[in-house]
Design a protein around this ligand. Structure first.
Ligand code: F0G
Length: 432
């Protein structure tokens, strides 16, 4: 039977940190912060330089130990924090920022957890790693496996993931199986497979994934000068990311790296809302798996693995959970795009959710809000092109509501190769 990553995993705790990394008497939050910042300016190509240059590994005091020689890194993390000016004005939250995790090596937030979990597979001597995915985990896993000289097996739902993501795992050399089922069906098969074959499971139930993903929140606090914002808003799918960010926030508070907790709110698509329903209908007592459906295919998940951890994060930080419609997602995505940033549909639920959190008074105008954008706009160009051409909702029950999104559409204009035609097009735009 395969070695389960959870079996021998001992999570780093703040106590470990204080007892083993820094003896309690010598612990100094300011010294830890400056150690991490110094590493960021590291130059050189030695393996320890490369660890210091990674936005994950430079925070290694907050992570379980993995030997340097097993680390597979592509300089992940170190992602930008953007001020969203137009979106801020439109939502009445001037202090609106986006932490763009789509600026990672394979263009999604998955790389921060994958560098760490793939390294743990390498340390254990696995030849094969595997995951079920809606496309981003598989792209990331395939890349890190290739970099570490391992083979990768990808299980994805047939026809329900974007071409951009599928093409990544093909190019990175994964054995890619498109199963005639949904994401949840892929997870079931994978769970059975790892009991029979010596493959290392790299879904987000792997605790090393969660540990690595914590660094997004640590890096965010560093970018904000260790002053926590009022709110952090994340998309919710399998709920690994919310769990990781929640865990990081609580650890940072315990270690006195930050003095207060931001509220962590989780947003789901209406058609893939088991966590929203768990909180709103069942008081978080249980989750009712569902058949999920949303055009934001990354979060088309009906039975989220990490819902209990996400619930803990939600409660500990006092966050909210909201659901948003398909049209609201499409509009929010175009608005983030119009701010010159762009993201994939699943990431845009954060802005759509912010509008709801503003409307109910949970987010107040003077507060600072950070949206976690999880994937790059080029992950799903089909969605973007269909939206701007006005085809995204054609023939769907949302067609009628989609008229509200018309003012955001920028369809390409096909013209003869004629200067006059281009000038006419320019003039007809006016100050739009
Ligand atoms: N945003 C994007 C772009 C994603 O790819 C995912 C999850 C999420 C948000 C939700 O994050 O699952 O931690 O709650 N994608 C997974 C995958 C499931 O297989 O790529 P979560």
């Amino acid at each position: 039977m395969a070695d389960s990553p959870a079996a021998d995993f001992r999570c780093v705790s703040c106590r470990d940190l204080l007892e083993f990394v820094f003896p309690a008497w010598a612990y100094d939050a300011a010294a830890l912060k400056s150690l991490w910042l110094n590493r960021r300016s590291s130059v050189g190509i030695s393996s320890s330089n490369r660890l210091d240059q990674s936005g994950v590994w430079r925070f290694r005091e907050m992570l379980p130990h993995i030997p340097e020689e097993d680390a597979i890194t592509m300089g992940e993390g170190n992602t930008p924090l953007y001020h969203l000016q137009r979106c801020g004005r439109a939502t009445g939250v001037e202090n609106l920022y986006a932490k763009h995790q789509g600026m990672n090596p394979t263009a999604s937030f998955k790389d921060t957890g994958m560098t760490f979990a793939a390294s743990s597979a390498h340390q254990r001597g696995f030849r094969w790693v595997a995951c079920a995915s809606t496309g981003n985990t598989s792209a990331s896993m395939a890349a890190y496996a290739a970099r570490g000289g391992m083979r990768s097996l990808v299980l994805i739902p047939e026809g329900k993931i974007s071409w951009g993501k599928l093409s990544q795992s093909l190019d990175y050399g994964a054995l890619t199986c498109q199963l005639r089922t949904d994401f949840d069906g892929c997870v079931r098969i994978l769970n059975d497979l790892v009991r029979q074959k010596p493959v290392y499971l790299l879904n987000s139930v792997n605790p090393y994934r969660i540990e690595g993903q914590k660094t997004a929140a640590i890096e965010l606090m560093e970018q904000l000068g260790w002053e926590a914002p009022d709110h952090i808003i994340v998309p919710g799918g399998n709920l690994g990311n919310s769990s990781a960010i929640g865990k990081a926030l609580m650890e940072m508070q315990e270690l006195k790296l930050i003095s207060r907790l931001p509220k962590l709110s989780i947003i789901q698509a209406e058609g893939a809302n088991p966590f929203y329903r768990s909180v709103k209908e069942f008081g978080g007592e249980k989750i009712e798996p569902m058949t999920a459906d949303t055009m934001a295919t990354a979060i088309r998940i009906g039975n989220p693995a990490s819902w209990k951890k996400a619930l803990r994060a939600l409660r500990a930080t006092g966050g909210e959970v909201k659901q948003v419609s398909e049209v609201e997602i499409a509009e929010a995505k175009a608005e983030i795009g119009a701010d010159g940033i762009g993201c994939e549909p699943a990431s845009a639920v954060t802005l759509a959710g912010l509008k709801k959190l503003r409307a109910c008074g949970f987010v107040k105008p003077g507060e600072m809000v950070v949206l976690i954008l999880t994937g790059h706009v080029l992950k799903d160009p089909d969605f973007t092109i269909k939206f701007h051409r006005g085809d995204l909702f054609a023939g769907t029950p949302d067609e009628r509501h989609a008229v509200h999104a018309k003012h955001l559409q920028r369809a390409p204009v096909v013209l003869d190769a004629d200067l006059g035609a281009v000038i006419a097009a320019l003039e007809s735009e006016g100050d739009r």
